[in-house]
Design a protein around this ligand. Structure first.
Ligand code: SAM
Length: 236
């Protein structure tokens, strides 16, 4: 089950940066498989694992949002939205005239995102239950698709990326944040579930038809990279 696999990965999260705060779960003893099975439907466990200072994608979230560069009125899809960490930040960024589709294959996360959006008074968030190989979003409706720490969990990457391509408007952007791995170097435990590095990911995505447009450095991202692609426009 995807949740159990993810929890195993999250239980070997990045090492704590020196001086990190008390909310830092890294360094805790690894949970056994049995404990993980018991916990995989416990939303508090997910919030503790995914929204924790030792996780770069959480601690660098404001810089990541700036790098994505959303504007008022944009329609964005957060694919593999998880707890809604980025969905909620995007809801603020796109404003009342924009919309954020929080897409995931796990209903437990979508329920949480709906609750959190309602608590914060966001009317511009729509939870979308995807399928393993499809984001189930209508064709040519999305300005920006954002995928953080989820690409390496997709079982059929080519199939789901084709549905993402279709869902984007012409000239729409795909922004991907992923753990990097260095070819030939031994992977630390917290990256053991990541099977391919940046070059491989870029060539897979270009194969679908996207064009790589930027690889901006993002403050606070060291173990992860952010890459931006564009779906070509009608006249290209
Ligand atoms: C490690 S979490 C990342 C969550 C969030 N993006 C973040 O960075 O906090 C990976 C997410 O990908 C989702 N996921 C895995 N396979 C998926 C698929 N085929 N389609 C959509 N979401 C998927 C999982 O359910 C989970 O919510």
């Amino acid at each position: 089950m995807i949740l159990t696999a993810m929890l195993l990965a999250a239980c070997t999260e990045q090492p704590a940066p020196a001086g990190a705060g008390a909310d830092n779960a890294a360094g805790a003893p690894a949970a056994s498989d049995e404990e993980i099975d018991d916990d995989s439907d416990n939303i508090d466990v997910w919030l503790e694992r995914l929204e924790v200072g030792s996780r770069e994608i959480y601690s660098a979230r404001e810089a990541v949002v700036r790098a994505v560069g959303l504007g008022e009125g944009d329609v964005v899809a957060d694919v593999g939205a998880g707890t809604g960490l980025y969905t909620l930040l995007f809801a603020e960024a796109v404003g009342v005239s924009g919309r954020v589709f929080a897409e995931d294959i796990e209903p437990l996360f979508l329920d949480l995102v709906n609750r959190r959006a309602a608590d914060l008074g966001f009317d511009n968030v729509t939870a979308v239950l995807g399928r393993e190989a499809s984001v189930t979003l209508p064709a040519e409706t999305i300005d920006v698709v954002f995928i953080a720490d989820s690409y390496h969990y997709f079982d059929d990457r080519e199939a789901i990326m084709r549905t993402i391509y279709d869902a984007l408007k012409p000239n729409g952007q795909l922004v991907l944040v992923e753990f990097d791995i260095v070819p030939g170097e031994a992977k630390p435990d917290y990256k053991s579930h990541v099977r391919f590095g940046k070059a491989g990911v870029i060539s897979e995505i270009e194969f679908i038809g996207f064009k790589l447009v930027a690889e901006p450095a993002v403050d606070g991202l060291e173990e992860n990279y952010l890459v931006k692609f564009k779906k070509p426009g009608d006249l290209e």
